[in-house]
Design a protein around this ligand. Structure first.
Ligand code: FES
Length: 57
């Protein structure tokens, strides 16, 4: 599933990037993927994705 349409970021990639960044932070995860927040519509869902316990399990 896509988390961010503007940057074509998928859920699994955002989770992996949050792990790599060591933070449950959407902006840090996007930066890890070389992306930046554009419209911002994805942020509520992106926060849920990176905050999910399975992300850092
Ligand atoms: S959907 Fe993520 S910045 Fe627009």
């Amino acid at each position: 599933m896509y988390v961010c349409v503007c940057n074509a970021l998928r859920e699994r990639d955002v989770k992996a990037a949050a792990r790599a960044a060591g933070k449950a932070c959407p902006r840090a995860a996007y930066a890890q993927l070389g992306a930046k927040v554009k419209c911002g519509q994805c942020l509520p869902f992106a926060r849920e994705v990176v905050s999910d316990p399975s992300t850092f399990a």
